[in-house]
Design a protein around this ligand. Structure first.
Ligand code: CP
Ligand code: NVA
Length: 310
């Protein structure tokens, strides 16, 4: 069966209707996994994974997920492949996409994955770039729905860096009809051009707050991320100083709604962007978020390769 070629490079690549399908499908795939039922919809398909940055969750969730669907996986890093010796990304795309059925890439600039996709014969999935992390937000929204139902009309508080996770939350808000309250230190603001690429300005779906406490007031979900993302390590010391007041603690959680959830894409640094009390506390759903990466990505790979199945 062949599908029209479709990539997943940023959250705005799918419509709200496609997300509704994916969330339902991921729930079914998760139920089958929990019941030890076989779900071999991708037998004989091969996923190539290219990591130009480190990973634990992304690697395990894609790799285990592909095997669980009857497929197999090839794992590459830049250092261990010719990418690290300057083979052009266009040539790499042409070659890998002649031998495999789908490719997941974790890399630096979004432009790099876009170039790969342009020369690829098979679907390409963004496993994190400097600008976006769509698979993580897919898992986070699925997790929200599992715990609280629809996210439409809800308020998500983003506390911290205006990074790939923040940009993707803003894209998702414009598409799925929720709002994001953003609080970043000065100098680490969101680039609104990246956040509003969901086919519109995104206006009305986000609001900026100088105080992290004000951003959390009345929120249904509070979320944060590391102060220093991969690739920005040289800024570590400056960031430590700038982000000192952007830590999710019990005080910030108390400003949110009583039943508010806490999320973090992980890895986390307890005592920096979040206290141990919050991340290990009753409102935290971080382990569900991590597990759900696998279930939603199984639904995603299946959709890109086979289209709608129910
Ligand atoms: N959240 C996430 O993408 O984790 P890894 O960096 O471990 O893949
Ligand atoms: N913003 C973080 C997310 C890690 C999963 C980074 O890019 O390093």
């Amino acid at each position: 069966m062949t599908q029209p070629l479709k990539h997943y490079l940023q959250f705005a690549d799918f419509t709200a209707d496609e997300y509704a399908y994916l969330f339902e499908r991921a729930a079914l795939i998760k139920r089958r996994f929990k019941a030890y039922e076989k779900h071999h919809t991708l037998t004989d398909r091969t996923l190539a994974m290219i990591f130009e940055k480190a990973s634990t969750r992304t690697r395990v969730s894609f790799e285990a997920g592909m095997y669980q669907m009857g497929g197999s996986v090839v794992h590459l890093t830049s250092e261990g492949s010719q990418l690290g010796r300057s083979e052009p990304i266009e040539d790499t795309a042409r070659v890998i996409s002649r031998m495999t059925d789908i490719v997941m890439i974790r890399t630096f600039e979004q432009a790099r994955i876009e170039r790969f996709a342009e020369y690829s014969r098979v679907p390409v999935v963004n496993g994190l770039t400097n600008e976006y992390h769509p698979c993580q937000i897919l898992a986070d929204i699925f997790t929200y729905i599992e715990h609280r139902g629809s996210i439409a009309g809800k308020v998500v508080a983003w506390v911290g860096d205006g990074n790939n996770m923040a940009n993707t939350w803003l894209e998702a808000a414009a598409l799925l009809g929720f709002r994001v309250h953003v609080s970043t230190p000065r100098g680490y603001e969101i680039d609104e051009k990246l956040a509003s690429s969901a086919g519109g300005s995104g206006a009305g779906s986000y609001q900026f707050f100088s105080s992290p406490l004000e951003a959390c007031r009345g929120a249904d979900l509070v979320t944060t991320d590391v102060w220093t993302s991969m690739g920005y390590e040289a800024e570590n010391e400056a960031r430590r100083l700038a982000f000192a007041d952007w830590r999710v603690d019990a005080n910030l959680m108390a400003a949110a709604k009583p039943g508010a959830l806490f999320m973090h894409c992980l890895p986390a640094h307890r005592g920096e962007e979040v206290t141990a009390e919050v991340i290990d506390g009753p409102q935290s759903v971080v382990w569900d978020e991590a597990e759900n990466r696998m279930h939603v990505q199984k639904a995603l790979m299946e959709y890109l390769l086979l289209g709608r199945l129910n």
